[in-house]
Design a protein around this ligand. Structure first.
Ligand code: ADP
Ligand code: MG
Length: 265
């Protein structure tokens, strides 16, 4: 069964979408079957996957509000080699409409029921807030990847996110775990970056990915061509870093599966 990972941080601009798109493409490049779910009404992951958000007949919005089937909402990324459930501004309305549904927090999980065994990884790009859409992402997920910049205020926001994850895990989704913290736009020359990085390491230990994503202009340019960086410039430091992250994720997943098998023996 596929692993479902929410990419979440209520702070905007920390690299959630960049991570979701490029991790999806990197996992696909290693022959994994990948689905990207865009859960942000800004539709940046949709555009970054080469799909025009203004031309969608069916999207995550129609899916969550039962206006279309899963097959109708499924798209393929233009260059990334992964499938996509796209989003656009319509999704803003879903936030309010969802409140009328029973089990409003698990709409996405229910919609994915028959899809999980078709993919190795399902990556969910969450919006920059802790709203009902993000809650749907967390309830549908097995793990959360938290991208963050190593700056002073980053740590402040982190506790609200960790609390939300703990609450969702206690009430709605006991399987939910923090999969990993990812340092993005990393600049080792900056002493504050190194300091925050050390704090993260001592506080989160193994949950901190060893892979760091450097600040790399190619990562910022690629979305305007509707491409992951791997297609746009596969030699770039950004492309190499996201391939390394995919490798680390796959190794960790394999190790966890082995440990679980050993416990069950
Ligand atoms: P979020 O989804 O968390 O709001 P984005 O992934 O959209 O964040 O990133 C915010 C901005 O920073 C975007 O313009 C993106 O292209 C840029 N960006 C993200 N990661 C990097 C990076 N490692 N190097 C350079 N620019 C980056
Ligand atoms: Mg985003």
């Amino acid at each position: 069964m596929g692993k479902v990972l929410a990419i979440a941080n209520q702070k905007g601009g920390v690299g959630k979408t960049t991570t979701t798109v490029n991790l999806a493409a990197s996992l696909a490049a290693t022959k994994r079957k990948v689905l990207l779910i865009d859960l942000d009404p800004q539709g940046n992951a949709t555009m970054g996957s080469g799909i025009d958000k203004s031309q969608l007949d069916n999207s995550v919005y129609e899916l969550l509000t039962e206006r279309c089937t899963l097959d109708q909402a499924l798209h393929q990324s233009e260059h990334g080699g992964y499938d996509l459930l796209p989003a656009n501004a319509d999704l803003t309305a879903a936030e309010v409409e969802l409140l009328d549904f029973k089990m409003k927090e698990s709409r996405l999980r229910d919609a994915l029921t028959n899809l999980r065994d078709k993919y190795d990884f399902i990556l969910i790009d969450c919006p920059p807030s802790l709203n009902m859409l993000t809650i749907n992402g967390l309830v549908a997920a097995d793990g959360v990847i938290i991208p963050m910049q190593c700056e002073y205020y980053a740590l402040e926001g982190l506790s609200a996110l960790v609390n939300t994850i703990q609450r969702v895990s206690a009430v709605l989704n006991p399987a939910l775990q923090i999969e990993g913290l990812l340092r993005t736009m990393y600049d080792p020359r900056n002493s504050l970056t190194r300091e925050v990085s050390e704090q993260l390491s001592s506080h989160f230990g193994d949950q901190l990915y060893q892979t760091v994503i450097p600040r790399n202009v190619r990562l910022a340019e690629a979305p305007s061509y509707g491409m992951p960086v791997l297609t746009y410039d596969k030699q770039s430091r950004g492309a190499v870093a996201y391939l390394a992250l995919a490798g680390e994720l796959v190794r960790r997943t394999r190790k966890a599966a082995k440990q679980a098998a050993a416990v069950n023996d």
